[in-house]
Design a protein around this ligand. Structure first.
Ligand code: MG
Length: 248
């Protein structure tokens, strides 16, 4: 009976004309017990609640490693000019070591239904972007996660390089036209949700070009429902567990 009700609900939803929306946990599901932003615990928590995707931020260190962290600094150390070992002296607030990209990807392997949204943080220098894109691209491939990873960045150059390599890429900025992104091979937009609200035509332009549309960071139900009505495909949120009503 329960199964039948679920099937009926699915049928009703699919007939409603409202497109499904994918939910991405912003920096993992970091509000879960024992998790903090960009920790492996937050990645696992996103996998456990069976959200569509989990976003995380990466930086290249001075000695050519990659760590998962949002800010450019970590415990007073600038990541791009610090060694991996120097950064690892300081645990995250939940006691984990600051994750390497390899550790993060290995943890993701345990959640085969979870899509990864890898944000490459950039210092906007060409040499950095080139090295960082190559590192992330090769590691994702090495860990067998290429077919379920989307790359995002505020660096247009990094997005262009990921696209050139054949990746699924969403540009984070709002300063480039859909045509310009499409011409660079970039396959989607991931803009602040206010862009789609002030320029709703952006959504249809992107779809006409075969591109996906992601919105950040959407934590309020009213905003989420408005974006769904505009045709936005996916949203990135700090409240993934509270967005159940927008799942497929
Ligand atoms: Mg991010």
């Amino acid at each position: 009976m329960k199964k039948l009700s679920l099937l009926l609900l699915c049928a009703l939803l699919s007939c409603s004309g409202t497109p499904p929306m994918k939910i991405v946990a912003h920096r993992g599901y970091w509000k879960a017990d024992g998790a903090v932003q960009n920790s492996i615990a937050s990645l696992k928590a996103a996998g456990e609640i069976k959200v569509y995707g989990s976003e995380f931020d990466v930086w290249l260190t001075a000695d050519g490693r990659m760590v998962v962290n949002h800010d450019a600094d970590y415990n007073g150390l600038e990541i791009t000019s610090s060694t991996f070992d120097a950064l690892r002296q300081y645990p995250l607030a939940n006691g984990e070591p600051i994750p390497s990209l390899e550790e993060y990807l290995e943890a993701a392997q345990a959640y085969p239904a979870l899509h990864l949204v890898l944000e490459l943080k950039s210092n906007y220098q060409a040499a950095y972007d080139s090295a960082a894109v190559a590192y992330a691209w090769n590691k994702v491939s090495e860990y067998g996660l290429a077919d379920r990873t989307t790359y995002i960045s505020f660096s247009f150059e990094a997005c262009r390089l990921f696209a050139k390599a054949g990746g699924d890429v969403q540009y984070l900025g709002s300063d480039r036209s859909v045509d310009e992104l499409h011409a660079a091979g970039i396959t989607g937009l991931d803009a602040h949700h206010s862009l789609y609200e002030s320029h709703p035509e952006t959504v249809s332009q992107a779809h006409a070009a075969g591109m996906t549309v992601n919105a950040w960071t959407v934590n309020e139900k009213a905003d989420a429902l408005r974006l769904r009505a505009l045709g936005v495909d996916m949203l990135t949120t700090d409240e993934p567990a509270g967005m159940n009503y927008l799942r497929w």
